[in-house]
Design a protein around this ligand. Structure first.
Ligand code: HEC
Ligand code: HEC
Ligand code: HEC
Length: 189
């Protein structure tokens, strides 16, 4: 009975049995897989829920920050408006208090030429603000605005300086118009 053929048969059988054993052991335990599956799902669900909650929290925080910024902007805008009103009031007060000479007679030395400038007409009637003339167009001091020998000149005004800044035929009657010399020089013929 003990011959080569038999040995090979038996060996083959053993190999097959061992192989089957491996296959069987390799199968996952059905009881185990059923237990584990819900854990993964739960964890994934938990993670997703947490991510959603985190995102919602971040969104709420961002919205609150935006509201705070908007309130701050409103406050700044209000402060700006209040400051503007304060400035306007201060200018009004200056005008009301007549903190400027009424008519200034600007006389050209050694000649009969005189120009009359009225603060009242320019500020109260024309509503020009002090800063529209002082200090850029006129130094705020009688006799301090000088082109030559203690006087201004028409030539400079025709170039758009001093009175010519506005009296250019656009903002106000022109310094170059022969018909209106008398409005500034009432005594001139
Ligand atoms: C349209 C231009 C203009 C506006 C606006 C204006 N001024 Fe004048 N101001 C003059 C001129 C011109 C003089 C005389 C400058 C000179 O003689 O060289 C003058 C002179 C003055 C002086 C000097 C007086 C002195 O005795 O030395 C004061 C103060 C003054 N202005 C205050 C004001 C105030 C306050 C306002 C606003 C309410 C104002 N001015 C608006 C043109 C202006
Ligand atoms: C917007 C007002 C204004 C008008 C308009 C005006 N002037 Fe004058 N003029 C002045 C002032 C201000 C001075 C200088 C006064 C001073 O510095 O004492 C002056 C000075 C002068 C002078 C002496 C200085 C110089 O440049 O020779 C003459 C001359 C003169 N004007 C002529 C005229 C004639 C002519 C016209 C019309 C074409 C005219 N002005 C229109 C305001 C005016
Ligand atoms: C910031 C602008 C501005 C400047 C600078 C200015 N004026 Fe005037 N002026 C006006 C305006 C605006 C009027 C009114 C509009 C008009 O009459 O054409 C006026 C009107 C006048 C009038 C007419 C007043 C009336 O009885 O109706 C005289 C005179 C005058 N300005 C003289 C002067 C003289 C002199 C100077 C320079 C010393 C001067 N202005 C500088 C803006 C200005």
């Amino acid at each position: 009975m003990f011959n080569e053929k038999n040995l090979i048969k038996r060996m083959g059988l053993i190999v097959m049995l061992v192989a089957c054993g491996f296959v069987f052991l390799g199968q996952p335990n059905p009881a185990q897989t059923e237990e584990k599956a819900p854990d993964y799902v739960e964890k994934a669900k938990y993670d997703a829920e947490k991510a959603r909650a985190d995102a919602e929290k971040a969104m709420a925080e961002a919205e609150m920050a935006m509201e705070r910024a908007e309130r701050a902007m409103e406050k700044a805008e209000q402060a700006r408006l209040e400051a503007k009103q304060e400035k306007a009031k201060a200018i009004e007060k200056m005008v009301e208090a007549h903190r400027y000479p009424e008519d200034i007679a600007m006389t050209v030395p050694d000649s009969g030429t005189t120009a009359i400038f009225s603060h009242k007409k320019h500020t109260e009637r024309e509503h020009l603000r002090c800063i529209e003339c002082h200090p850029k167009v006129f130094i705020m001091k009688v006799g301090k605005n000088v082109v030559k020998k203690g006087q201004l000149t028409m030539a400079e005004m025709k170039k758009g300086k001093y009175c010519g800044n506005c009296h250019n035929g656009h903002k106000a009657f022109s310094v170059s118009d022969i018909a209106t010399c008398q409005r500034c020089h009432p005594k001139r013929q």
